[in-house]
Design a protein. Structure first.
Length: 394
């Protein structure tokens, strides 16, 4: 049937107005989607969604720091260690689960081809943690190290895995709240309350002893971060700080490698990739999680992010050995390597309701802080494209 022009009399003025209103609304929606909604292949001149949405506060509200699970691995032979971590996490407003040595473990560690018994044990504890994501593996030769296969497979969207020697700043939630916004900008990621750190990452290295940014990575620089430990106190770190990072500065970027595994977060997809790689090297000379993970980060198998200095550190009972005699910088007794306002060293103060906690370093610019008054410091997001270098204040 031939198309004929429909007379305007069939559309009363009210209907014509309504149609125009709907068309205008659709145009606005399409324009919004064009600007704010995109995928990794979309060419844009700057980062997505310049500012932050309420999803970042999910990190502060969430009982697992914005991840779905927090798992502590290790022997934890000393009951005091376990109690300290439990108390520290409770005071920090998050919940941890303890996963101790595998249910079925045979005494054949001497067959390991390389590394000390402690390194081998640590390797298999991390392997065990990865196994929580995928218990369908049929690698029976390695199952002696893994959690009992009768346990039902758990598949959280993301999990933070910490070794038993971990320590963290009393301001951890606020630190992560600031990083969550930067992480999403670096990924050009869609925002989600369920994934406050973005939806395009696999591994988030929160505790390490040195890292290297990936070439061409955008980065988040916080120039006045009082929780950032100065480089002079990071003698255990491998390699130099990233270019331009000075005292009281913290930089976050996509990384191609990191050393150490005291704390890291993985997504479900990242855990499966990492588990597969760990199983391949379990019987070879390479029995270090950080070495395996770094290789996957370099080759792009995993999308990895971290900060310098590290967000989390390692508790130690020998300050002089860790920090050295730097003009009396280290405090006597227990201390934290890589954490400015240590949670575990301030448990008594936190338990007694003391408003302020002391720094782990006597030469710190800020000697004590009230966690209730701590705010996320301003940061700058920097990136490069075909038009040059850009920066945006957050």
């Amino acid at each position: 049937m031939a198309l004929t022009k429909i007379s305007r009399r069939y559309f009363p003025r009210r209907c014509r107005y309504l149609i125009s209103l709907i068309a205008s609304s659709l145009a606005v929606v399409n324009l919004y989607n064009l600007i704010y909604c995109f995928d990794c292949d979309t060419e844009i001149n700057g980062p997505a969604s310049a500012h932050f949405d309420p999803n970042t506060s999910e990190v502060a509200r969430n009982g697992s720091l914005g991840f779905e699970r927090i798992i502590v691995i290790g022997a934890l032979r000393n009951p005091d260690e376990r109690e300290a971590i439990s108390r520290g996490s409770l005071m920090g407003g998050f919940h941890v689960e303890f996963m101790e040595k595998p249910a079925r473990e045979r005494g054949n560690r001497e067959k390991s081809s390389k590394g000390s018994e402690a390194e081998t044990r640590a390797f298999h504890m991390h392997l065990n943690a990865m196994q929580r994501y995928d218990l369908a593996s049929s690698h029976e030769i390695y199952s002696i190290y893994l959690i009992d296969l009768s346990v039902v497979a758990e598949s959280p969207a993301s999990a933070l895995i910490m070794e038993e020697t971990v320590d963290w700043d009393v301001n951890l939630k606020m630190q992560l709240k600031g990083l969550a916004s930067g992480m999403r900008l670096m990924q050009r990621s869609n925002t989600s309350a369920e994934m406050p750190y973005g939806d395009r990452w696999d591994l988030f290295w929160l505790g390490h002893c040195g890292m290297r940014c990936a070439v061409g990575s955008s980065f988040l620089l916080t120039p006045h971060d009082i929780t950032a430990v100065p480089s002079r106190h990071l003698g255990s770190y491998h390699g130099d700080p990233p270019a331009g990072v000075k005292n009281q500065m913290r930089l976050a970027c996509q990384v191609e490698e990191a050393v150490g595994s005291v704390a890291y977060a993985v997504t479900n997809g990242g855990a499966q990739k990492l588990l597969s790689a760990l199983l391949e090297v379990a019987s070879k000379k390479e029995e270090r999680l950080d070495v395996v993970a770094s290789r996957l980060c370099r080759t792009g198998v995993l999308r990895c992010f971290s900060t310098y200095p590290s967000i989390m550190g390692r508790r130690s009972g020998d300050c002089e050995k860790i920090h050295g005699d730097l003009n009396g910088a280290g405090l006597g007794g227990d201390c934290s390597s890589g954490v400015m306002f240590s949670t575990l060293n301030n448990l008594d103060s936190l338990s007694n309701g003391t408003s302020k906690v002391k720094s782990a370093y006597q030469d710190a610019v800020i000697k004590e802080v009230d966690p209730a008054q701590f705010e996320v410091p301003p940061a700058m997001f920097k990136w490069r494209d075909d038009q040059g270098e850009h920066e945006m204040t957050l």
